[in-house]
Design a protein around this ligand. Structure first.
Ligand code: AMP
Ligand code: ZN
Length: 114
């Protein structure tokens, strides 16, 4: 399959690993938009949240749990962090393998987005 994130999971494309278990893989974003920018992805190829099925309910919960676990391990759980999932064209999803952005290390603003 011609999917860049499947290739990262398979070790065919290099990545800076943060965490791995049977279900998920986490690694540093190649083009960070915050001091800490980690991507958490399912090992299974799911195109996006928009393609999610009922059988993936636990997997998505696990991804969020792993995000918090990483935040605790890396010491930014207390200061706070942001999790983003871009789903589909309107959200600006560019890689069509579902992924969650874990952002930290700064104060984030909130308001109308461009
Ligand atoms: P999105 O716009 O939500 O689809 O986010 C895709 C993210 O994947 C972007 O933040 C990219 O910088 C990141 N990305 C693309 N290719 C790689 C790669 N080879 N290693 C790490 N991150 C990547
Ligand atoms: Zn994939």
């Amino acid at each position: 399959m011609d999917c860049i994130f499947c290739k990262i999971v398979a070790g065919e494309i290099p990545s800076k690993k943060v965490y791995e278990d049977d279900l998920v893989y986490a690694f540093y974003d190649i083009n960070p938009i915050a001091p800490v920018h980690i991507l958490i992805i399912p090992k299974e190829h799911i195109k996006s949240m928009c393609e999610m099925e009922e059988k993936h309910e636990k997997l998505v919960g696990h991804i969020l749990f792993v995000a918090h676990k990483i935040a605790q391990e890396q010491g930014f759980a207390e200061d706070g962090y942001r999790i983003i999932n871009n789903c589909g064209e309107n959200a600006g999803q560019t890689v069509m393998h579902m992924h969650y952005h874990l952002l930290a290390g700064q104060k984030f603003s909130w308001g109308k987005m461009d």
